[in-house]
Design a protein around this ligand. Sequence first.
Ligand code: ATP
Ligand code: LTN
Length: 334
Amino acid sequence: MDDKKIIFSGVQPSGNLTLGNYLGAIRNWAKLQKDYHCIYAMMDMHTITVRQTPADIRRRTLEVLALYIACGIDPEENILFVQSHNPNHAELAWVLNCYTYMGEMQRMTQFKDKSARHADNINTGLFTYPVLMAADILLYGADYVPVGKDQMQHIEICRDIAGRFNAIYGDVFKIPEGLLSKSGAKIMSLQEPTKKMSKSDENPKAYISMMDDMNVVAKKIKSAVTDSEGVIEYRPDDESKAGINNLISIMSAVTGKTPEEIAGDYASAGYGTFKADVAEAVVEVLAPIRAEYDRLIADKAYLKDICASGAQRARAISQRTLNKVYKKVGFLQL
Ligand code: ATP
Ligand code: LTN
């Protein structure tokens, strides 16, 4: 094994991936593959913390994989697999549950958000979601976990759990670090720009799906909520500018220019012109990905082969960690 560091990340196949998922996560994963050993998973076990339609999870699992590849992630160089295809995740999660405190889980923002949104189904899986996520990461000895800002709290708790376990049993887990992308770390809803763009938003106008037709993408950007001030300025701390700030961030993420440069370019333009240009720039980035995705999703056998070999490779790595953990906690070895 060379001395390249290990990256682990994943998304849940719980809805059509959005521009937020792409700019905040997947695009960066593709960039990291040159310098790291990368392991990217489809987190299907996490999706059932919220009620789902089984056929949708199945279909979306392959869609997410096709999208990973369409975004430039090489399935030979990296390990791509489905979380539920490697039983080690559930096994380690159980052990880690016994080293995690109720109070820690109660503080999690995502738990608070999702239990408010799904008040009729506050299940214990939703509560211990971060423990399964910690298991995902720790099994592979990941050095870095590239995620959007909203997931940093879960990385912190993963580090706490790993550190606690190591303090009792010695150096078992590598302590991972979260890796935030420079631009696009938090793309906001197009309809309520103080909320993050989320694939599970009930209003489809709030997000740009990677599955949207290009004319729909353009239409959604053009109807994004802004303000009545009518000036294009980047004021990230001013909530009344949340809509414009968000469009500037999106433009910055797709063009590589800084938000200040963009605000300068459009200082004397109207919102209509600006929105049309943002729409064009976004479509330019998404259209080729979409074309490649359409080609890949037609070949289910190829995608399933990748899942099968990915799971095998993933398991070979994670089994070593799990064996060590089982031994340390005192489970009888034969
Ligand atoms: P859900 O709405 O179902 O909770 P989600 O859209 O937040 O899902 P996840 O599967 O939770 O998507 O996230 C996948 C990855 O995409 C994570 O690394 C997350 O931080 C990132 N991400 C999600 N939404 C955004 C966003 N709006 N901006 C930037 N990154 C995002
Ligand atoms: N919770 C993450 C998805 C996720 C994940 C992980 C990301 C599950 N396990 C391990 C990184 C590492 C999310 O909702 N984005």
